[in-house]
Write a protein that binds this ligand. Structure first.
Ligand code: BTN
Length: 247
């Protein structure tokens, strides 16, 4: 991962840049990093505020696995980001299911995983894992909407690694992920469950217009969240299907 590394000051979105570069032949091992994004994208079609002071990184992966397993990469990536932050900063963040990386109850990193499928066969061409880590931003950089729910490493710890250090630690962690995926499934599932702050907490599960309260019991072996509803019944919900409020 990162065998071909493109470093930019400003780009619309590092995920977009990877996709543009992979439009013809797929550039194996490509990673793109940027110091800011003008059109950063988040999950569920939301935008991702990406001011200077953060590190925006997208890596192209080509996992060898059935298509059903690929969506788990989003959860694995959150564990990889926790590894990178722990290696550099000595603290291990938690994960809000499915893949927000959390310090002090606020989001220090967001991850957007996107697939590209072959037109006719629908075979997987590649996956882009896009990671935005907050390093040195303050409240004024995030803006009034994002500031209450976001945190930078500098805000949480009083210091932050340099962008290049964080990029290098993330590429190392993604390398281990790439080596282990999907063979070391059980081990990463266990690691995910340990890091996941959502397990054991009260949640509001939002599905279309419906919001339903429950308690997150565990994450099943496909990384779906198992929720116990107020009537005692249980259901495994997948990240494509619902979003969750509460940690
Ligand atoms: C989310 O929290 O909703 C996901 C945010 C993902 C942001 C990263 S920053 C690098 C990459 N480029 C993007 O446009 N998005 C991802």
């Amino acid at each position: 991962v990162g065998a071909e590394l493109v470093c930019l000051d400003t780009v619309d979105s590092t995920n977009n840049e990877v996709k543009r570069r992979a439009a013809g032949e797929v550039p194996a091992g490509l990673a793109v990093v940027a110091a800011r994004q003008t059109g950063g994208r988040g999950r569920r079609g939301r935008s991702f505020v990406s001011p200077p002071g953060g590190l925006y990184l997208s890596a192209l992966l080509q996992p060898d696995c059935p298509l059903e397993q690929v969506s788990a990469l989003t959860a694995w990536s959150a564990v990889a980001v926790c590894d990178a932050i722990q290696a550099l900063c000595g603290v291990r963040p938690g994960i809000k299911w499915p893949n927000d990386v959390i310090l002090e109850g606020r989001k220090v990193c967001g991850i957007l995983t996107e697939l590209d499928l072959e037109g006719e066969t629908a075979a997987l061409r590649y996956v882009v894992v896009g990671i935005g880590v907050n390093l040195t931003q303050g409240a004024e950089d995030f803006g009034p909407e994002v500031a209450p729910v976001a945190i930078s490493l500098a805000q949480a710890l009083g210091r932050a690694p340099r962008r290049a250090e964080m990029a290098s630690a993330l590429l190392d962690a993604l390398d281990r992920l790439d080596r282990d995926f999907p063979g070391q499934w059980e081990a990463w599932l266990e690691r995910y469950r340990r890091d996941c702050l959502t397990i054991g907490s009260q949640v509001q599960v939002i599905r279309g217009k419906e919001t339903r309260p429950g308690r997150a019991v565990t994450v099943d072996d496909q990384f779906a969240l198992v929720v116990e509803w107020e009537d005692g019944s249980r259901e495994a919900v997948s990240s494509g299907e619902v979003s969750v409020r509460g940690l």
